[in-house]
Design a protein around this ligand. Structure first.
Ligand code: 13P
Length: 254
């Protein structure tokens, strides 16, 4: 049984001051919830504050939205994995489509970051997903396979167990148009099959695959009840503490 994992990707939103009020509100709503892993990935500037407020919480883990593949040095504007570890960050989102499409991150770059994260004890949330043009051209499965093979090259079966995959179709991100539960399940089953070919069936059966793209309280339960959907990576709806807590609650025993 894979434990559901619900993660907030705040993207470039939320100041330090806003983070405090958010967490207080969110915590009261998720306090009674058990059996779901929760991750919040704030912008870098709010990580220290959130880390202090969480104080090593077992219920809510801290995530980062990106990191450098290098450990230190002359990389202006970058943040290293050791800096994240110092603030008790446990997860790091890698290869988000916004990083790939706006900042030109390739599978090779993502792969390098995956290996650095694993070596530093951070758990990567590796994002993959096709564009609308690729889906309309019937190429979504091929695109997912290429992204997975490239981003996860050289990852051992043991390391794979520490990785979370997020399937985020680009056309569903921030558009209000989520993939249907059937479309998402079909893609997730494909992702799992590719993971099995990269490792083995038993390993692939244990890896958690999140869906991301316009997840909201109204569609979370149906998406999360699909057999291969093991969680959600939430953008817009995660900025609102009550909406995000409802998504967390929708994951209980799904
Ligand atoms: P939205 O939930 O705003 O569609 O964003 C999804 C996403 O990109 C999460 O990483």
């Amino acid at each position: 049984m894979r434990k559901k994992i619900i993660a907030a990707n705040w993207k470039m939103n939320m100041t330090v001051a806003e983070t405090e009020g958010y967490l207080e509100n969110f915590r009261t709503h998720v306090e009674p919830v058990n059996g779901v892993e929760i991750v919040i990935a704030p912008p870098f500037t709010a990580i220290a504050k959130l880390s202090e407020l969480l104080g090593g919480s077992q219920k809510i883990s801290l995530g980062a939205q990106n990191m450098s593949s290098e450990m230190s040095g002359a990389f202006t504007g970058e943040i290293s994995p050791t800096m994240l570890r110092e603030l008790f960050v446990r997860f790091v989102i890698l290869g988000h489509s916004e990083r790939r499409l706006i900042f030109g991150e390739t599978d090779e770059v993502v792969n390098k970051k995956v290996h650095t994260a694993l070596a530093c004890g951070l758990r990567p949330i590796v994002c993959v997903g096709e564009t609308l043009e690729e889906r309309d051209g019937g190429r979504e499965k091929e695109v997912l396979e290429t992204q997975l093979r490239g981003s996860l090259a050289g990852v051992t079966p043991e390391q794979m167990l520490g990785i979370v995959i997020a399937y985020e179709p680009v056309w569903a991100i921030g558009t209000g148009r989520n993939a249907t539960p059937e479309q998402a399940q079909d893609a997730h089953a494909h992702v799992r099959a590719v993971l099995a070919s990269l490792t083995d069936e038993a390993t692939a059966a244990k890896v958690r695959i999140q869906y991301g793209g316009s997840v909201k309280p109204a569609n979370a339960a149906t998406l999360l009840s699909q057999p291969d959907i093991d969680g959600a990576l939430v953008g817009g709806a995660s900025l609102e503490p009550i909406a995000f807590s409802e998504i967390v609650k929708a994951a209980v025993s799904k």
